[in-house]
Design a protein around this ligand. Structure first.
Ligand SMILES: [Zn+2]
Length: 122
């Protein structure tokens, strides 16, 4: 809700936008998301206790198949899980925090991240 109100205070329209949130919205925030004209919400963590879908089933969907954005004539805001690198893993995945070259030889010392081996190379 704070980002919607902050946008309003700064005169930035949320209509037709995509909102990234940490947790599936509660029913109260969902109501504001729908009213603000946001097209899509991507969340990282589910929130099973949320009543958003039950209370706003006419204006929210989790089904992306055949979905059309409200700003393009559709009638439901799409809530779906975020696909990508979460903020917690972003730093490890994309920031070059380690030494990349051997100072003496100049050879690249890039190796696969220790955390990826269990998923990709197992
Ligand atoms: Zn909320």
């Amino acid at each position: 809700m704070d980002c919607i109100f902050s946008a309003a205070r700064q005169r930035v329209s949320p209509v037709g936008t995509r909102l990234f949130v940490t947790t599936f919205p509660c029913h109260y925030c969902a109501r504001h998301i729908v009213t603000a004209g946001i097209d899509e919400v991507q969340y990282i963590e589910p929130y099973p206790k949320s009543q958003a879908l039950a209370l706003h089933q006419d204006s929210i969907t989790t089904e992306s198949k055949g979905w059309r954005a409200p700003s393009e004539g559709g009638s439901q805001v799409l809530f779906h899980p975020f696909t990508g690198v979460s903020p917690r893993l972003y730093r490890r995945a994309f920031l070059m925090t380690g030494e990349l070259k051997d100072k003496r030889t100049g050879a690249m010392k890039i190796d696969k991240p220790h955390w990826i081996s269990q998923w990709v190379f197992a």
